[in-house]
Design a protein around this ligand. Structure first.
Ligand SMILES: CO[C@H](O)CCc1ccc(O)cc1
Length: 118
């Protein structure tokens, strides 16, 4: 994501835009599996299968700690959100409640970040 198709001129608003986008993800009706870290003690196999767990609350923490002048925050944000959905696809059947929630959320995110950030 370092090389943007359209050079994005105004990086100043990007941090605020990431916060808006994250709020939309967190309030989406299908967000429930992704709001908090998966309980590695409660879900057999998760720790072994998923090398880099990620969830929306962790992304919010990272965004709150990221410095705007650390221009990597936008790429980190996009990569982390996609990691949530990639982990979900790896661990859940497409034809399952959580699997479908992951696909719905990814579709929603792809649409909104294109509208807001590209
Ligand atoms: C984002 O949710 C994770 O993929 C864990 C999914 C899961 C948790 C407990 C189960 O019994 C089954 C799937």
């Amino acid at each position: 994501c370092a090389k943007k198709a359209k050079p994005h001129k105004d990086d100043k608003k990007d941090l605020a835009t990431c916060r808006v986008l994250l709020a939309e993800l967190e309030t989406h009706q299908d967000a429930w599996p992704f709001l908090k870290p998966v309980d590695l003690k409660a879900v057999p196999g998760y720790r072994k299968v998923i090398k880099k767990p990620m969830d929306f609350s962790t992304i919010r923490e990272k965004l709150n700690n990221s410095q705007q002048n650390n221009e990597l925050f936008l790429c980190t944000f996009i990569i982390d959100v996609n990691l949530v959905f990639d982990n979900c696809e790896r661990f859940n059947e497409d034809d399952s409640e959580i699997g479908r929630a992951g696909h719905n959320m990814r579709r929603f995110f792809d649409k909104r970040w294109t509208e807001l950030l590209q």
